[in-house]
Design a protein around this ligand. Sequence first.
Ligand SMILES: C[S@@+](CC[C@H](N)C(=O)[O-])C[C@H]1O[C@@H](n2cnc3c(N)ncnc32)[C@H](O)[C@@H]1O
Length: 199
Amino acid sequence: MASLTGWLRRIGAEIRAALYAGGNRRDRWQHPDRVIGALAVSPGDRVADLGSGSGYFTRRLARAVAPDGIVFAVDADTALLERLASLARDEGLDTVRVVPVARDGLELPEPVDLLFVSATYHHLPDQAAYFANAVAYLRPGGRVAILESRGEGLLRHFFGHATPPGRIRAEMGQAGYELIAEHDIVDGHWFGVFRPAAG
Ligand SMILES: C[S@@+](CC[C@H](N)C(=O)[O-])C[C@H]1O[C@@H](n2cnc3c(N)ncnc32)[C@H](O)[C@@H]1O
């Protein structure tokens, strides 16, 4: 029974990873190198990839912070994290650390320079409270980057895996952040960078 449960868990993680991965087809519309390039991540940086999923961005961020930085792959799905840890080991990415979290709040082993949130904002509970708590995990000069489907078009609206940009700006303002950059890189997506508001 235990082995059947383990097998089902692994299969489930494989299916979810495949859904979040996308491969070369996703690269064509997501432009991951341009997304990460816009954030000017440097070797030695501490980055948290919140809702790391299949590790689509985690593994690229891990290369950008090498050799002496760290990327925390943060997710509530422990089976996906186990899969990602194994993938990172196979690829020799020794800058990746997996961090399981509860769905209701962020906890990191140490503060980071960048909290990166791709296709995950809409999953988080009470985003204003969530990111108000997250300020404690930012180093001086730390930023939060949010890449999120805008929710345009009937189907996206219907399935709900999206957040209108105005709502993100308002909730992050309530959480105590100010917007410092917006990038138009991924079609149909809003990509904004915040820092804790002064004072
Ligand atoms: C759509 S996937 C995005 C994966 C990845 N960021 C990407 O762009 O490919 C959303 C991820 O967020 C995770 N997630 C959902 N709610 C969460 C929460 N409250 N805390 C942490 N992770 C969460 C899910 O387990 C899933 O791996």
